[in-house]
Ligand binder design. Structure first.
Ligand code: SF4
Ligand code: SF4
Ligand code: SF4
Length: 475
């Protein structure tokens, strides 16, 4: 009840925060207890290795291998969804860095610091890595290929291991992990934030949260609670809580849009990620539901995946270019690109961020929902459990628009709220009314286009205006 009242207070007064650790000490133990983290990570590492083995050596028929749904239908959408509520808590228990951390604790590592040049380009490297994953995933049918899915997990796993052998701490997580980059974007609009209590930090002389003490190593991503000012990099692993002599770290419930408003979307890993996400959604929705791009590409390429990737790059690049242009035009109309404290920025990036992330969640959920009826039967077929093979069900067609429209509508409101705060508070008096209205109308139009394209997958003819472009008429 107290939590609900606090949530209501936060919604009515977005500047208030609620310290969960102070209110629920038992909850604090969940993050503080490193043994618990260790058990979770060990368990997840076991699952991960099992998935890799089942993906590579198990049946390659998608109807006989449950790894596909576990990865693409459950794990990844669940992680994306969780970011909105608990930030990067997944990273606190993620098994990818564990083997490397073990090797480092046995001094099997060169222990170098990451060169400045690599740090400088680490964000574009990670973002390009993420783009390649989406590109390969969509153009080669990876989601139907257990071996390819297992190799993708193995590549990320190897990246984390390789970096730990060369560099100190979790350099992979800090600089190069493609999943970490999109998680940083998602968690910047999260309800939770892990932060230090600056009053307590003022009396600190040791900074053990960052550097560690005696034989206890400090923050795995070289932050330490003292340097956490946003949700982009902190893994909420709780390590610094054990190292802090003043009990400074706290976990606050906050108004989720404040971070992008205050930071004007700066540091959200890379401004290229937002147009890429939205552009790739357009390509994804149109591909599967209207133009059947992949079917045509597969036929033309005779299932040669290099050719498929080459041809699929066209809609992907077009989607990116169109959204990039819309964002640039929006910035031009807005007319203010500089902030006293933060320097130059793109005002449309934070405005578009909730929509981009919502589109990603809906796109992933579509796969989850559409393939859910066959999950248990697939396990049944794979392991010879006859009873499970009959446990299928039908997802009603109205379910897709319900969550699709709801999620996108909330994101649209969030974008409009950010825009309003920029116009009326942060740059009050600097933006002419007509500029504000043009951006608002354009933002509504983009929302309408999003829904229009999305609706083509709903199989409900009166909602699906684009059906005239489809190869086969709706049933
Ligand atoms: S950054 Fe990547 S590898 Fe590191 S903990 Fe997060 S998801 Fe795992
Ligand atoms: S979080 Fe703790 S260890 Fe870190 S600077 Fe603040 S008081 Fe010191
Ligand atoms: S600041 Fe570092 S040690 Fe503390 S919770 Fe975040 S990632 Fe973990």
């Amino acid at each position: 009840m107290r939590l609900l009242i606090k949530l209501f207070n936060i919604l009515t007064d977005p500047d208030t925060k609620f310290d969960l650790f102070a209110a629920y000490p038992r909850f604090k133990l969940l993050i503080y207890n490193q043994r618990l983290h260790f058990i979770w990570r060990g368990f997840l590492l076991f699952i991960l290795l099992t998935l890799i083995l089942v993906g590579i050596y198990g049946p390659q028929d998608p109807e006989y291998n449950c790894i596909l749904y576990l990865c693409w239908g459950l794990w990844w959408p669940a992680v994306l969804f969780s970011l909105l509520f608990v930030g990067r808590v997944w990273c606190g228990v993620c098994p990818f860095p564990i083997p490397g951390r073990f090797l480092q604790s046995w001094h099997i590592s060169l222990g170098m610091t990451v060169p400045k040049l690599l740090i400088k380009y680490s964000t574009p490297i990670a973002v390009i890595f993420f783009m390649i994953i989406v590109w390969v995933e969509e153009s080669t049918g990876m989601k139907d290929n257990p071996k390819a899915t297992a190799y993708l997990i193995l590549i990320i796993f190897s990246g984390a291991l390789f970096c730990s052998l060369i560099f100190t701490k979790q350099a992979w997580c800090q600089y190069f992990c493609p999943l970490g980059k999109i998680m940083g974007i998602g968690s910047s609009i999260s309800w939770l934030e892990f932060r230090p209590n600056h009053k307590k930090c003022r009396q600190c002389t040791t900074f053990t949260c960052r550097d560690g003490v005696d034989n206890k190593t400090g923050c795995p991503v070289s932050l330490g609670a003292i340097r956490v000012t946003n949700n982009l990099e902190c893994h909420v692993c709780g390590r610094c809580m054990q190292l802090c002599p003043h009990d400074s770290p706290q976990l606050n419930i906050r108004f989720p849009l404040n971070e992008v408003i205050i930071r004007k979307g700066k540091f959200i890993t890379c401004t290229l990620m937002i147009p890429f996400l939205i552009g790739s959604h357009f390509a994804r929705f149109l591909d599967h539901d209207v133009l059947s791009i992949m079917d045509h590409i597969e036929k033309s390429c005779m299932h040669d995946w290099v050719c498929q990737m080459g041809l699929y790059a066209i809609p992907l690049a077009l989607g990116f270019a169109v959204v990039y242009m819309i964002i640039s035009l929006g910035d031009l109309v807005f007319g203010v690109y500089d902030d006293e404290l933060l320097g130059s920025f793109s005002p449309m990036v934070p405005v578009f961020l909730p929509l981009a992330f919502a589109g990603e969640i809906v796109s992933r959920m579509n796969y989850t929902i559409a393939n859910s009826p066959d999950f248990l039967p697939t396990i049944g077929r794979q392991f010879g459990w006859e009873t499970l093979t009959h446990l299928s069900f039908t997802v009603p067609v109205w379910f897709y628009p319900i969550y699709g429209i709801t999620i996108m509508f909330v994101a649209e409101l969030a974008g409009l709220y950010i825009l309003e705060k920029f116009v009326e508070v942060d740059f009050g008096g600097l933006i002419a009314e007509w500029r504000y209205r043009i951006i608002q109308i354009s933002f509504f139009l983009l929302f309408a286009i999003y829904l229009l394209i999305m609706s083509t997958g709903w199989d409900i003819s009166f909602l699906n205006i684009l059906f005239i472009f489809q190869d086969s008429p709706l049933s």
